[in-house]
Design a protein around this ligand. Structure first.
Ligand code: HEC
Length: 155
């Protein structure tokens, strides 16, 4: 028979796990784009059997080509390939004041970052901090690495 104390501790642990899960969900609003199929591939960063392909909606690319900042609601998708196979998706999504939900030193404008598996389900939420840390170096390009390819895109 488990003691009352051990049951209580187990329940408390479950509640804490749930609370931390909710907290990280609140701080990360990036979702997998429902309109991914309509997106076009504007950047090919494949090398050998691995690498990445960058996707955005045509309207997003047109805004970049017009030299305008990408507006809230923008989603960008990076397909990740390894050994010739798709292994997952990296998504950046921008929302009104979303940056305020991120600690200042980890902030990347109003972008949130999320990793998804090949079925579009969230994969390893905690990794978002690493995404932000690297993309922070691109502040002068709205935290993007592919803005040049987007502006140079020809259908
Ligand atoms: C070590 C640096 C680094 C880390 C960490 C990183 N990225 Fe990137 N990201 C890049 C580079 C470089 C590119 C340009 C494309 C390429 O080289 O594949 C890029 C491109 C992107 C793009 C295409 C739009 C853009 O910014 O130009 C998305 C979306 C993206 N990354 C999301 C993510 C997500 C989500 C994570 C975390 C799960 C992440 N990245 C982690 C370096 C990084």
């Amino acid at each position: 028979m488990p003691s009352f104390r051990s049951v209580l501790l187990a329940l408390l642990g479950a509640a804490l796990l749930l609370a931390s899960g909710l907290a990280s969900a609140a701080a990360n609003r990036a979702t997998f784009p429902k309109d991914f199929k309509q997106m076009v591939m504007y950047g090919d960063y494949r090398r050998g059997s691995g690498g990445e392909l960058a996707y955005a909606l045509r309207e997003t690319i047109d805004i970049a080509k017009a030299g305008q900042p990408l507006p809230p609601g923008t989603r960008l998708v990076l397909e990740i390939y390894d050994a010739g196979a798709l292994t997952g998706y990296f998504v950046m999504e921008k929302g009104v004041d979303w940056g305020l939900e991120v600690e200042e030193e980890k902030r990347t404008g109003d972008w949130h970052f999320q990793q998804f598996d090949t079925n579009g389900q969230v994969n390893r939420t905690s990794i978002a901090e690493r995404c932000e840390a690297c993309h922070q170096g691109q502040e002068s390009n709205d935290f993007m690495f592919t803005r040049d390819r987007m502006e140079a895109y020809l259908p």
